[in-house]
Structures are given as C-alpha cells and as structure tokens.
Write a protein of this length. Sequence first.
Length: 316
Amino acid sequence: MSRNLTLAVAQVGGINADDSKPHVVARLIGLLEEAAGRGADLVVFPELTLTTFFPRTWFDDEGAIDRYFEKSMPNSDVQPLFDRAQQLGVGFYLGYAELTGGGKRYNTAILVDKQGSIVGKYRKMHLPGHADKRQGLPNQHLEKKYFLEGDLGFGVFDFHGTKIGMCLCNDRRWPEVYRALALQGAEVVLLGYNTPDFVPGWQEEPHAKMFAHLLSIQAGAYQNSVFVAAAGKSGFEDGNHMIGGSAVVAPSGEILTKAAGEDDEVLVVKIDLDMSKPYRESVFDFDAHRRPDAYGIIAERKGRGEPLPVNFSVNA
Ligand code: CDT
C-alpha cells in the first residue's frame, strides 16, 4: 500500500516594512485555507514569513529590529494561524525571526502538526552576508549581524508518520544539509527562502540565481532520495525584488510543481513517499555504497596538513 502525503507550498509575494502582522497572518490564513481546500496535509510557508526581509536594512538603533522578532510562538498575532490550521486539520512549516527569553536572535522555522502542536524546530545554520555596514549600496545583507548561528543541529521530526527535515534558504546550497537529514532518515525536506536580486558581493544575474536555486534543490533531492518542498517569499518588498521559483521536487530530481509567478500562490501535490525506494535501495543505498572512510582519509589528512596515503595520486 502506498504512503501518501499531500504537500502544499505557499509562496508569499512581497511583504512591505509597514504591513502589520495581523494583516500578514490573515494573508497566510487565506493561503492555508486554499491549500486545505485542495486536500493538503502540510503547508510550507517561506523563511521570515511574517515580515519583510529586514536583513536588507541597517538599523543604527538595535531596538528598531525588535518589531520584526517573535518573543514567543505562538503569540497573539500568530495564534489565528494556529487556530485555523487546527480547525482544518492541516499542519504547517513557518519561518520567522525568533527572540529568545535570554535575548538571543535566530532565523527559525517550526513544524506544527495537525493538532496545532509544535513538533519540530530548526534554527538556521548557514547565515549568509555580513555583519558590517557596507557603504554606497542599495541594500545590505545583514543576517550575520541580526542572527546567531543555529544551535539545534539538523533534526528530523515525525509528522503523522512522515519523517521531516527542515532547513532555511542559504542552507539549500550546501550539500551536507540534505545528506545530514537523509542519513537520519528524512523523507521530505522543507525549505523556506528569501533570495534577493541584490546581495552585496554576490554578482549573479537573476536568471542564474533561479537556475542555481533549482539546481540546488533538485540535486539535494536526487542525491539523497528525498522530496524537497521549497517556499519562497518573492516579488517586490518596498521596491526590492526577490526571485520566485517555489517548487516541490521528487527523489528523481524532477520538479513536480513550480510557481508560475511571484505573487501569493499555492502549489499542491500528492506525493507517494515510497517513490524514494528505488533510489534508496539501489544507486543511493547509503549503507551499501557510501565510503565515509575514504572521504575522511583524504579530506581530514589534507585538513591536518598530513601526508596523503602512499598509493594516493592526484592523477590517479
Ligand atoms: N536568505 C538567504 O539566505 N538568502 C541567500 C541570499 C544569497 S547569499 C549569497 C540565499 O542563499 O538565497
């Protein structure tokens, strides 16, 4: 008997700096309702879903960024989303800026089950950009200033019988992320992202950015026999453009569904989780074919500046 999960990706068009959280949450509820109406079990929202992508802006007053952060989850602004999801019997992944009781700031994602309980949490590990103020540029990319590196590792969580891994935006470009999750048995990797056209020091044309985004999630899915569900916050935020390209990718590496535009858009696809089996049990049978011993010998010896094995030749 096949194991199915109906997966929805909710791409969210631009959110301006002045958009209130209740207004944003009402928008998300609309997307959630559409997804549930189309049979979704689980809805994936983007990274930093509740606010504009504020790391583009330098704030002289550190306190000025507080309004972008959630001090608890759920809180009174976000509770309506939890309530509606529970009523509809649908789970969700939500990215947001987290401020802990101890004053630590993280770029965070949570997994909420169909009963409205938070069953998984991830804090972004790969923080791109810089922490200093760059002069004469249209935008900054200050994730290294506003967030700490995640401290929860790459966890895999049970969602009503499906093993779910989570990551955020820049993580998708690092192959180790999918591998760390797949080695723990993840079947589906959820990803929220914000990919601006302009990032200081990162010169890539928009079409190349879209290519690299899709290449990353397709390769991650294929090489690790997982599904990847990627939800972007896209379009224009106060005149700043971010790529779209929200999509669901199968373990074959093929795109099952992809956003047509850059506005709010719901993609729904019923996946057969056993689609990964032919890959996991043959070409990507990790236990049978991976060579962690060999990777270690070369990479670790080189890293320590030690001589390589005598029979090792770069020309071999
Ligand atoms: N949010 C985020 O991580 N964005 C980055 C921008 C590019 S950093 C070189 C991304 O990887 O899409």
